[in-house]
Design a protein around this ligand. Structure first.
Ligand code: DGI
Ligand code: FE
Ligand code: FE
Length: 199
């Protein structure tokens, strides 16, 4: 499946996103492509997914709910989390503009905010690049997360999930069950890998 042209995506986003969000998107792309090269994932898929991950971020909650409704996205478990709608709507919005996209890329968009159990390497990559992109104002744990991502994508993603859950709990925000499942699943996955390595 051919991926959409990068410059065409950038033109489209430039007219859709606020300047800060546009710059954030370029930062996510930069880190995603860097990590893709290090970890032997497709840099083209990483670039396209990174560019498209927040493509629905400028839309109102009503618009996002309508999109999800008409495309059959089941949002019942997510009604309490308006901040997460832009992720579930992104695959629909992106494909309305650019036509069919590969499933792994769509899942990277869909789960970029919450993560989920059994994330693919590309899903981990976009989830993590969104968190650790170079334009983010420094905050506790950011540098450590970046370093871990370079050496081990799974461990880096696990660290980011741990930080995110802790941060949301501090702010007394409800943590989405996808995020909790992602954390449990990745803890198990990295423990298993550790055991296999020491055999
Ligand atoms: O779209 P971005 O700002 O680049 O970042 P994002 O898509 O990772 O996150 C969007 C917002 O969602 C951010 O303010 C944090 C929030 N969020 C992420 N996971 C959860 C969450 N909020 C709640 N309540 N629960 C979560 O599990
Ligand atoms: Fe987002
Ligand atoms: Fe983002």
């Amino acid at each position: 499946m051919n991926l959409p042209d990068r410059i065409e995506i950038l033109r489209w986003l430039y007219g859709r996103l606020k300047p800060r969000r546009f710059l954030h998107t370029l930062g996510v792309e930069q880190l995603a492509v860097h990590l893709a090269n290090l970890h032997h994932l497709s840099p083209e898929t990483a670039s396209t997914a990174a560019l498209l991950h927040d493509c629905a971020k400028n839309m109102s909650d009503e618009e996002l709910l309508q999109i999800c409704d008409r495309s059959g996205v089941d949002l019942k478990p997510n009604q309490e989390y308006p901040q997460l709608l832009h992720a579930f709507a992104a695959p629909v919005v992106a494909q309305e503009k650019f036509g069919p996209l590969p499933e792994d890329l769509l899942n990277a968009l869909r789960f970029h905010t919450t993560g989920r159990a059994g994330m693919s390497p590309m899903e981990k990559l976009i989830f993590s690049a969104d968190y650790a992109e170079p334009g983010r104002e420094p905050f506790p744990g950011l540098l450590e997360a970046r370093e871990l991502l370079v050496s081990d994508l799974g461990l880096g993603t696990l660290q980011i999930l741990e930080n995110t859950v802790q941060y949301l709990r501090q702010k007394k925000q409800k943590v989405h069950f996808y995020t909790l499942e992602a954390l449990q699943s990745l803890r198990r996955e990295t423990q298993r890998e550790g055991r296999e390595e020491s055999k």
